[in-house]
Design a protein around this ligand. Structure first.
Ligand SMILES: NC(=O)c1ccc[n+]([C@@H]2O[C@H](COP(=O)([O-])OP(=O)(O)OC[C@H]3O[C@@H](n4cnc5c(N)ncnc54)[C@H](O)[C@@H]3O)[C@@H](O)[C@H]2O)c1
Length: 248
């Protein structure tokens, strides 16, 4: 990664986004977090945090303008903000909650990208979205999340074709389960808040669903994002890169 690149990360106030932002800032890039919150205690102090709600076009337009005015053209845009809903079987889908998840995960990604386009370095910028294993496969009880993340796979394909003409690449990473605090909490919730049951659930997931017998780490996701953001992937666009220990 060439140092001093301008890197914008949505949803960098916690979890995977924080690790991505910290990694780029430690590589010498100028990194900006756009998030609903700015209270992270683990985000590096040289990462600039702007409040932004990615579901609001005016909020995202304002934030991207601010980035452009303060830092210049954006070299790397990481579209990462997202939520995972609580489990609901299909017959019990809460339509309002479905809409909320689609608005944050899919429409929020559309708004983040659309608002940034005129501020992206052209040619040369790279956009990386955080999809999910649920961008290509289903899971029970989580239709809104699966639908929203499948949408990311479609969005990158279409946007890659539109923006390729300007020399801008658009890809997504598709992590399987990654042990963030948010995931730990979800797994605990789904296992009656029993820590040993939650641990056994994760061990079973790794052993029975992955080729490598392990789930991906945050570092695995960061490495793939770095590759897609760098010129080592300069002929790659419109792709969804699976990072899940080989779920096939
Ligand atoms: N953790 C996993 O196992 C896993 C696996 C696959 C994909 N993902 C995806 O990775 C991304 C990050 O997940 P995480 O586990 O780090 O979650 P997280 O909850 O730790 O982080 C999500 C961040 O997004 C921000 N955010 C939420 N709504 C927003 C909005 N409207 N505007 C701006 N910011 C908003 C939150 O404030 C938070 O900082 C998500 O897109 C998620 O779907 C996570």
């Amino acid at each position: 990664m060439t140092n001093s690149k301008v890197v914008v990360v949505t949803g960098a106030n916690s979890g995977i986004g924080t690790s991505i932002a910290n990694h780029f800032s430690e590589s010498g890039c100028r990194v900006i977090s756009l998030d609903l919150k700015t209270d992270s205690k683990i985000l590096n102090s040289d990462v600039t945090s702007y409040l932004c709600d990615v579901t609001s076009e005016s909020s995202a337009i304002e934030a991207m303008k601010q980035v452009r005015n303060e830092f210049g053209p954006i070299d790397v845009l990481i579209v990462n903000a997202g939520v995972v809903p609580s489990w609901q079987s299909t017959e019990n889908i809460d339509v309002e909650d479905f809409d909320r998840v689609m608005r944050i995960n899919l429409l929020g990604s559309v708004i983040s990208l659309k608002s940034a386009v005129t501020h992206l370095r052209a040619p040369g910028a790279s956009v990386v979205m955080t999809g999910s294993i649920n961008s290509w496969k289903g899971d029970p009880n989580i239709a809104s999340y699966v639908a929203s993340k499948h949408g990311i796979a479609g969005l990158v394909k279409s946007a890659a074709m539109d923006l390729g003409k300007r020399g801008i690449r658009v890809n997504a990473v598709a992590p399987g389960a990654v042990l963030t605090d948010a995931l730990r909490k979800r797994v605990l919730d789904r296992n009656d808040n029993d820590a040993s049951k939650a641990e056994a659930y994760l061990e079973n997931l790794a052993a029975t669903t992955t080729s490598l017998g392990r789930i991906a780490t945050i570092a695995d996701v960061v490495n793939a994002v770095e590759f897609l953001a760098s010129n080592k992937s300069e002929a790659i666009t419109g792709q969804l890169i699976h990072i899940d220990g080989g779920v096939l």
